[in-house]
Write a protein that binds this ligand. Structure first.
Ligand code: PMP
Length: 305
């Protein structure tokens, strides 16, 4: 986690870790309207660190802000540079970058008025989000009793802080029951996404993932779609149900934190033989080669420090 000697980028300058605090009356803290990103930097095979799809992540930060009607007081280029600068400042060659844009103190009701918009960027070392073993053996997933957001209640395409109450509740619920991750159904009962991941299934050689209509447009999801299509795999973006997933040959989660994580069980039902995931494994291996700079065909996805 964040080390005390690390620096945080705050509103355009670096400040010590211990000074990166906000006032208790920060508007976002009370009402949940703030937006954030999660980005990874990998140490490549040649010893150089590279941020994975930085430009696309910063685009999504601005899309989230647009959805939340927040005006970010920096340009996309400035935020991109600040992300890289923070890694350099903290001498981090591999890790996680967390930009957050929030509404500061000022007006004290739901209406945020002209309260200042503030931006922070933190970096820290983060290994496999669901554990090294998860990447290898797969995880046990439970369908949450909570429903994912309705598109006209919280909306789903922005990484808006308040939206994550749903994810936290779902995740906590299934962890208490002894599972590794939650899968959440949409308001019509179809599979939507994990608490912080998109989901894919494989059946008879066809890869299927949920359409973008009511999920977060995951950048790992997009990368996997590119990889699968480039490999000539048959891939469809189509709604599916929990029972279709129960009978899948393979299933996996994708996310910046979760990377490509096989799912070995859903609701205590083994997926496939619960051991081998040939399609998942092929995509996972290619994904890790790409992020580590070993695949020249995808080098434009890397932003070397
Ligand atoms: N869905 C949700 C709800 C998420 O929080 C995340 C993580 N950002 C994802 C999907 C995966 O998105 P990405 O691959 O861009 O990290």
């Amino acid at each position: 986690m964040v080390q005390r000697e690390e620096k945080i980028w705050m509103d355009g300058k670096f400040i010590p870790w211990g000074e990166a605090n906000v006032h208790i009356l920060t508007h976002s803290l009370h009402y949940g309207l703030a937006v954030f990103e999660g980005i990874r930097c990998y140490l490549c095979h040649d010893g150089r660190p590279a941020v994975f799809r930085l430009g696309r992540h910063v685009e999504r930060l601005f899309d989230s802000a647009q959805i939340g009607d927040i005006k970010i007081p920096f340009s996309k280029r400035e935020i991109q540079e600040a992300c890289k600068e923070t890694l350099r400042m903290n001498q981090l060659k591999e890790g996680y970058i967390r930009p957050i844009v929030f509404i500061s103190d000022g007006v004290r009701g739901v209406y945020p008025g002209d309260n200042p918009i503030r931006v922070g960027i933190a970096t820290w070392t983060w290994g496999a989000y669901l554990g090294e073993e998860a990447l290898e053996k797969g995880i046990r997933v439970k369908i949450s009793s909570y429903t994912r957001h309705h598109v006209n209640v919280m909306m789903t395409k922005g990484k808006i802080c308040g939206n994550y109450v749903n994810s936290v509740l779902a995740k906590r619920e299934v962890i208490k029951m002894g599972y590794d991750e939650a899968l959440i159904l949409d308001t019509e009962g179809y599979v939507s996404e994990g608490s912080g991941e998109n989901v894919f299934m494989v059946k008879n050689g066809v890869l299927k993932t949920t359409p973008l209509t009511s999920i977060l447009p995951g950048i790992t999801r997009d990368s996997v779609i590119h990889i699968a299509r480039d490999k000539g795999m048959n891939l469809v973006e189509e709604r599916f149900t929990r029972d279709e997933l129960y009978t899948a040959d393979e299933a996996f989660f994708t996310g910046t934190a979760a990377e490509v994580t096989p799912i070995r069980e859903i609701d205590d039902r083994k997926i496939g033989d619960g051991k081998r995931y040939p399609v998942t494994r092929e995509i996972q291996t290619t994904f890790f080669d790409i992020v580590k700079g070993k695949n020249p065909a995808y080098i434009e996805w890397l932003d070397y420090l």
